[in-house]
Design a protein around this ligand. Structure first.
Ligand SMILES: Cc1ncc(C[n+]2csc(CCOP(=O)(O)OP(=O)(O)O)c2C)c(N)n1
Length: 351
């Protein structure tokens, strides 16, 4: 079922949906958050089956359910600021403003993709647009954001960097080395842990000593708070305060987004580690796109027509992105070694 189906089935006005506090949010913000979150939802909804259809090579980790975290945080950034993501980062990438057609073409491995088809789904990046890379190595993306924040600091560039990672990565040692350095060097870094409750099939509560990721962060001496990750306005407020602090020289902030992935870990996940009832409970009450659509109408910020228009625009943009990716050429095999910097590759001497 697409978001449009849910909307026409009355999903946006479902009494089960958790309310959302839109105090201080104006129509323009609500409109742009909904546009961005709808785009991500539609992109993910369309992209996943394209893997099963053999159009997109490799696997895919969809961010359905986690749209509010990326949009709430990234809408608090200035254009020149920097983000890094994880293996699950289409939401971060689209929220950062990479054109959907270039992202879709990258997933297809086409020459017109953001990295010329060399990165694919887990290695999206566009340095010119401040996206310093998704990353298939769990916990490593935050290190790139740390480096970007260090570069900004020593170069007096005034940029803030945001590094996203998951609850699974919160049990990887290097993540805390990055957090420690950001504190010691007082870097303009916003650290965002997307706690979606599972690392593949492992429930976070079973493997997280102390059970509280934000509390762990506080031990490193930086402000750390838990935020409702299904509430785009709450995520935006927390991120705006963190960005302001970072830009003013106040150092890093840690945000634990309490979120949920509504889909499987990756394409083909049989989801034997959680019940359908659990997923349906989250879907009914905590779908971040529908929560925003419902609350914005209730607050009189958007009309039902505005909501329908946002969803229709997302469908159109994604359909166009697929057409573009389908029609684009694969990279010229002659460019295989373009951008390869290692000099001792056997391939060079073994034609
Ligand atoms: C260093 C490393 N270890 C293990 C893996 C295999 N792996 C891929 S995704 C994943 C789970 C990550 O969970 P989390 O950080 O919570 O992110 P989520 O998938 O929930 O977004 C694992 C263990 C990997 N890619 N990299």
């Amino acid at each position: 079922m697409t978001i449009l189906d849910r909307q026409s089935a009355g999903g946006a006005s479902s009494p089960e949906l958790a309310p959302l506090d839109l105090t201080g949010v104006d129509r323009g913000q609500a409109e742009s958050w909904l546009a961005s979150m709808s785009l991500i939802r539609q992109f993910e909804t369309v992209a996943e089956p394209l893997v099963m259809a053999g159009k997109i090579p490799g696997g895919m980790h969809s961010a359905i359910g986690q749209e509010a975290t990326a949009v709430g945080v990234i809408s608090a950034l200035a254009e020149g600021d920097i983000v890094t993501g994880t293996h699950r980062s289409h939401h971060v990438t689209l929220a950062k403003g990479l054109p959907p057609r270039e992202v879709m073409a990258e997933l297809y491995g086409k020459a017109t993709g953001s990295l010329g088809g060399r990165g694919g789904h887990m290695h999206l990046a566009d340095v010119g647009r401040g996206h310093f890379g998704s990353n298939g190595i769990v916990g490593a993306g935050l290190g790139l954001a740390l480096g970007a924040a260090l570069g900004s600091s020593v170069g007096h560039r005034g940029q803030v960097a945001v590094g996203f990672f998951g609850d699974g990565a919160a049990n990887i040692g290097r993540v805390w080395e990055y957090v420690n350095l950001a504190v010691v060097w007082q870097l303009p870094l916003v650290v965002v842990c997307e706690n979606n409750l599972y690392a593949v099939e492992t429930p976070y509560a079973q493997v997280t000593g102390g059970g509280d990721i934000a509390a762990r962060a506080r031990g490193f001496g930086l402000p750390a708070e838990k935020v409702d990750g299904q509430d785009v306005a709450a995520m935006h407020r927390a991120a705006a305060a963190a960005v302001q602090r970072a830009r003013a020289g106040g150092g890093p902030t840690f945000i634990e987004s309490l979120t949920y992935r509504l889909g499987g870990h990756d394409v083909g996940d049989r989801e034997t580690y959680r019940t359908r009832e659990e997923v349906e409970r989250w879907r009914a009450a905590q779908d971040p796109v529908l929560r925003l659509a419902a609350a914005a109408q209730l607050a009189g910020l958007l009309s039902a027509d505005d909501v329908a228009a946002a969803l229709a625009a997302a469908e159109k943009a994604v359909a166009e992105a697929v057409e573009y990716a389908e029609a684009s050429p694969f990279p010229d095999p002659g460019t295989l070694l373009t951008g390869v910097t290692a000099t001792d590759l056997r391939i060079r001497s073994n034609p």
